[in-house]
Design a binder for this molecule. Sequence first.
Ligand SMILES: [Zn+2]
Ligand SMILES: [Zn+2]
Length: 144
Amino acid sequence: MASDNIYKGSCFCGEVKFEVSGQPVAMGYCHCESCRHWSAGPVNAFSLWKPEALKLTHGADSIGTYNKTPISYRKWCKRCGGHLFSDHPTMGLVDIYAAMIPALRFEPALHVNYQETVLHIRDGLPKMKDMPKQMGGSGVTVPE
Ligand SMILES: [Zn+2]
Ligand SMILES: [Zn+2]
């Protein structure tokens, strides 16, 4: 097996604690309006994992969920409001926001939903107009 890495994360107040083990399936940045609006930030740095990689170790009852669309079930701590992760059931993956697991070496491979960007990032990585084909998107790239 690849690795026994375990990354610990917690919400803003520490009530919700979790561990993630192994390695992410993908890492990158999402520029979509939903991520920006919900996070109140210009971009979301994501790390996608198989759901079984995530283990809640404390405060599971304090997790709130909201799904504006069937694609993303966004989770936060009901005590402090701190964001945690998003379930993507149609993809069979969970996005554990990279900021939530600071020990993870964040190595972004691409930008998604770049047609919606408000913050151009000229880092030379591929800029997907929406999503890669294997994630149900057009696979089209756009200029930085
Ligand atoms: Zn909290
Ligand atoms: Zn997004």
